[in-house]
Design a protein. Sequence first.
Length: 204
Amino acid sequence: MFAGLLLPLWGFAELADEIHGRDVIPFDEPILRLAHGLASPGADRAFVWISDVGYLNGVVPLDIALVLVLTFLRRFREATFAAIALGGSALLNMATKLTFARERPSLWESIMPESTFSFPSGHAMGSATLAWVLVLLAWQTRWHWPVIALAVPFVLLVGFSRVYLGVHFPSDILAGWAAASAWAAVVYLVTFRRHLRPWRRAEP
C-alpha cells in the first residue's frame, strides 16, 4: 500500500504542484544536459529503438496480446484487471497531459521530435503500467522474480530514452512512473478485493 500507492501518489502530487505553478524543477535541465552529453550515432540508434519499443511498437501490442491471452485462457478477472489498468492508464495520461499542458524541452533539436504535451510521459507511464500489471499478476507465482528482473531494466531504459532524445523532462518520467504505480495499485485492489488473488477462484 505504501510503496505501490501512497508514496507514488505523494510524489506525483508534489511534481504536479510544481508544474501547475510553472516552477522550474532544479534537476530537470542538468539531467537533460548530462544525457545529451552521451550522444553518439550508436546511442542514437539504440535509444530511438528503445523508445519505439517502449510504446507504440512494443508496449501497446503487448498490452493487447496480454488481455487477449488472459481472455482466451478464461481468466476473466485477470483479463479485466489488465484491460482496465492498461487502457485506463493511456486515457489517464492523455487527460493529464491536457490538464497540465506542459511544453516539451527545447534545449536542442531532437532526432525524434514530438508535438504533444509533455507531462507526464506517456512512454514512462505506459511501460511502467505494463510492468506493474505483469509483476502483480506474477507475484503469487514462481515467475515473479524473473518478471521483475526483466521489467525493471526495461522501464528504466524506456524512461531514460525519452530524456536522452530530449523530448521529456526527467520530472515527466518520474510523474509517469508514479501515476502508473498508483493507478495499477488502485485497479488491483478493486479487482482482487478481499481474499482474492490472481489465478485463484472466488470461493462459492
